[in-house]
Design a protein around this ligand. Structure first.
Ligand SMILES: Nc1ncnc2c1ncn2[C@@H]1O[C@H](COP(=O)(O)OP(=O)(O)OP(=O)(O)O)[C@@H](O)[C@H]1O
Ligand SMILES: [Mg+2]
Length: 216
């Protein structure tokens, strides 16, 4: 199978204790996988490890069949990956919403007028066009989440890592987000506690335990 993400025998310790071990997973090019599990199971840590933000005890990570061995490998891999953090405050950097959503595009040398147009279209798709001129620091929790989703989705990354993307969103926004994610034919790892949401996306459900990722 042609894989976007391959995790082999990952294990990771935190504070001297094993958080998880024997994590194995192959994510195909259009696979959507939901990672569920109790608070503190290590779901966020697992996503962070995939992009090199947490170091492993052992095991290997491959992105598009390239083994990630050093910071340079992870940096290149991050160019293909869109990551929505669990805590939006860790993610937002620009002073206004429209600047936040256009930031990545401008960084990849999209012309300013085009970046503005794409950012506005993405805000409309998530029904938050009215937030465009707002100061990011003053947004509500749910508004911040939608803005970080917009800033990641607008880049059309090859792989999406979404850490509790629906947390804090109202029912209408959850529905909109689920249909957007269901319509994107790309690899996704979605950490969520919301079974209905992951079912609406059509994601395959896996559970993270101390002994690995299991299907039930
Ligand atoms: N930077 C850190 N330093 C030390 N321990 C940490 C750090 N970040 C997380 N932990 C610990 O690692 C464990 C796993 O945390 P993690 O955030 O990965 O859990 P999670 O499965 O995402 O939980 P939740 O569902 O609450 O988001 C927790 O016990 C947490 O306290
Ligand atoms: Mg978490």
């Amino acid at each position: 199978m042609s894989c976007s993400i391959t995790l082999k025998d990952l294990s990771l310790s935190r504070n001297g204790d094993i958080l998880f071990k024997n994590v194995n997973l192959s994510v195909g090019h259009k696979d959507k996988i939901a990672v569920m599990g109790p608070n503190g199971a290590g779901k966020t840590t697992l996503l962070k490890a995939i992009v090199g933000l947490c170091s492993l005890q052992s095991g290997t990570i491959e992105i598009f069949h390239h083994k990630l061995e050093n910071e340079d490998d992870f940096r290149k891999a991050r160019g293909h990956i869109g990551f929505v953090f669990q805590d939006s405050d860790d993610q937002i950097i620009a002073p206004t919403v429209i600047e936040e959503v256009a930031f990545g595009l401008l960084n990849s040398r999209v012309k300013p007028a085009e970046a503005q147009a794409q950012a506005e279209a993405m805000l409309s798709e998530l029904n938050i066009r009215h937030l465009g001129d707002r100061i990011t620091l003053h947004l509500s929790g749910g508004e911040k989440k939608l803005v970080t989703l917009a800033s990641v989705l607008v880049m059309k990354p090859d792989i999406l890592l979404l850490d509790e993307p629906s947390a804090g969103l109202d029912e209408k926004s959850v529905g909109q987000l689920a249909s957007i994610l269901a319509s994107i034919d790309k690899s996704m790892l979605i950490v969520s506690h919301d079974l209905d949401f992951v079912n609406r996306i059509g994601a395959r459900i896996m559970f993270l335990t101390r002994d690995g990722l299991t299907a039930d």
